[in-house]
Design a protein around this ligand. Sequence first.
Ligand SMILES: CC(=O)SCCNC(=O)CCNC(=O)[C@H](O)C(C)(C)COP(=O)(O)OP(=O)(O)OC[C@H]1O[C@@H](n2cnc3c(N)ncnc32)[C@H](O)[C@@H]1OP(=O)(O)O
Ligand SMILES: CC(C)C(=O)C(=O)O
Length: 514
Amino acid sequence: MSDQVIIFDTTLRDGEQALSASLSFKEKMRIAKALEQLGVDVMEVGFPISSRGDFESVQMIAREIRNSTVCGLARAMEKDIDAAYEALSVSDNYRIHCFIATSDVHVKDKLRKDFDSVVDMAVKAIRYARNRAPDVEFSCEDAGRTPIDHLCRIVEAAIDAGAGTINIPDTVGYTLPFEFGGIIEQLFDRVPNIDKARISVHCHNDLGMATANSISAVAKGARQIECTVNGIGERAGNCSMEEVVMAIKTRNRILDLHTGINCTEITRTSQLVSQLCNMPIAPNKAIVGANAFSHSSGIHQDGVLKNRDTYEIITPESVGLKENTMNLTARSGRHIIAHRLEALGYPEGSYDLDNVYKRFKDLADVKGQVFDYDLEALLFFSNLREEPERYQMEYLSVLSGGANVMPTASIKMSAGEEHLTEAAVGNGPVDALYKAIYKLTGYDIELKTYEIKAKGQGIDALGQVSIIVEYKGKVFHGMGLATDIIQASALAMIHVCNSIYQSDLIEEKKHSAK
Ligand SMILES: CC(=O)SCCNC(=O)CCNC(=O)[C@H](O)C(C)(C)COP(=O)(O)OP(=O)(O)OC[C@H]1O[C@@H](n2cnc3c(N)ncnc32)[C@H](O)[C@@H]1OP(=O)(O)O
Ligand SMILES: CC(C)C(=O)C(=O)O
């Protein structure tokens, strides 16, 4: 048996089913191209009978994609298979995926049939599809709750009818890993023609078991995993591509398996899918969450500084991230503070670490996360608030909205004794505003993250804008709170500019001391 696990991505079919707004053709194509670049073996890109739009997007993707098999879904019905065939056959490398439910509750109450008729429909559909496509997959929907005798019977019949891939879905995410692995093991033991097909699994995450169940299945002989980027999909979602791929890679010595995925594309693809699908990623999500490679507590940070293996089982670089991150919080210790200050140009011994550490803790207790500028300021100012703020907003006007309006911002700020005015256009109101502030201050700022949250409810709610920027290799954080979100955005950037001004003063002090 091959040791390669085929990655069948269904982000654009099962994942897309769960989106609140549909993706445009262009967006689907961008995702399909990213999946091809990622190296998925098969991409299921729609259910062609379901609508004209889905039919056309499946066809468009089938025309463009060259390095992955393109697949479309069909019920066990001739009209569905015809639609799938028509959409897909513009490609040289396509698969028709037919399915029918096999569990008692689905057969009796949903399909309103008996099991014999279901087997009959499956066989007819597979034969019909095989006359149109050399590559046919068959799924026993709700296999996880299907009596094992029924499952063995329909799998055998489907292989005889010509299905090259047999998919065993845990449609409602009901099974536990040992149980699901057991189903796959029984199929290998009991279905006489099982060696004529590849066994696939498609696990949902209703009990949070989708990845574990998929791994349990490949350990018992399955060689295709159906999954989605970021685990999006019906209800609690599908098995997540990045989790299952990195589990196979990271635990290769115990599983002795591999995939053809280009893992360094994982982060980029995950971000693209999250943005286009408007599905934010939880910070603690395995592999692709914002915190997946960040360390926040002193003991962990010390360990990672000494040897990354202490707390990192996967390197950030292996999934396409530049590096890990260390959050400086009230749970951090002296080692990481000394390390960060060293990176900012202050070697250990050039300051009193115990004193800085004590003041760092006091600041972190109030502020939460402490950034480079705050840390540096601890060295130079005995009271962080003693320096007056250089920049203050005096006037702000932003014009935006409507198809023919070019977002434009005009801002007046005091800078010490001076009063400065600037205006700029941008691709949105915040972009225009920030460009005007950059021009006014002369700071070459790179905006890294921009986050907006509502504080409170209803019309009195305040918009809280939190930004992280980079300037001359240092990281700064800014926060603004106002009922008007544009004003809150301005306040956040002015907060940053005041910190940058102080940071430049510190640099000057450093140079004149030399
Ligand atoms: C587990 C999964 O994710 S399966 C994929 C689910 N995805 C989707 O449903 C998205 C696309 N679906 C659609 O656009 C629509 O549901 C359509 C076009 C497929 C069908 O729409 P309609 O014809 O109006 O039927 P509707 O969706 O209300 O009901 C489904 C019908 O298909 C039948 N059916 C369900 N699965 C199958 C199957 N695999 N093979 C044959 N018939 C099936 C149902 O019994 C029901 O038949 P009935 O009308 O005789 O009662
Ligand atoms: C069509 C099948 C594979 C499915 O999506 C499921 O069972 O969840």
